[in-house]
Write a protein that binds this ligand. Sequence first.
Ligand code: SAM
Length: 286
Amino acid sequence: MNLCDYTTIRDLLARHGFHFSKSMGQNFLIDPEVPRRIAEASGADETCGVLEIGPGIGPLTAELAQRAGKVVAVELDRALLPVLAETMTPYPNVEIVPGDVLKLDLKALTAEKFPGLTPMVCANLPYNVTSPILEKLVETPCFPSFTVMIQREVARRLCAPQGSAEGGSFSLFLQYHMEPELLFDVPPEKFLPAPKVTSSVIRCVRRDRPAVEVEDEAFFFKVVRGGFLLRRKTLANSLAAALPGVSKEAVQQAIAGVGLPAAVRGEQLTLEDFAALAAALARTQA
Ligand code: SAM
């Protein structure tokens, strides 16, 4: 069955009485070239166990199944389960797990489902929950890589060079743990229904160790997030507002102490800059 053919999809969904849900970010791929390219970009082979998030009717699942040792696909919408039972019949190495990926213990799931295989993630993500899903994937160290399709604007931000205006605290969080790469764009007309925005596929590979060495990771990220709290203000003002126990003078001194200009903004800092600044601020608190 061609799972990207418009008429096939329409008939299949009508037969199962399925209706698209906007709140579950359901935009299904209708060009077979796209899931093929995403699966290819993931680098999955028979040594890999691939976790897919949101299989929909399964076009990417089918491509992954033809490459990987095993595919486990987590689908939130129970209405899609009978559809997937039909479309995944030719692929014995696919297992559908009903549920919300945000509520699952991914480490336990991976250990249970992929013994002897290298785990990885590959998905066309539901756009309304992209950030919490990515955060969870970054914080699950058993995944050495993930290849995901997300909104282009978010993809650009995540892959933005450190210190550029496009980035944000989440980009720095991602780049601290992973090396992201922007692969290719996918226009709205490749989906049913067509979303309002263009999508992009990114691949993130986990670093052997974090991009910078920090003494206290929790405090470091507090400083990173604080640096972006008031985006239109200077870093000094933003950090003074974000760190209630630290005076503005202490923040200004720390900024000067690491060689940054007084009027610098959070977005201009690299991970190295934030690491030096967090260390200087920690010293003022000691
Ligand atoms: N993979 C399919 C494709 O490319 O055609 C569908 C992708 S669609 C953008 C996102 C899918 O994620 C939908 O099937 C939706 O039901 C599912 N989904 C949404 N939220 C989810 C969640 N929290 N956990 C698991 N699946 C979810």
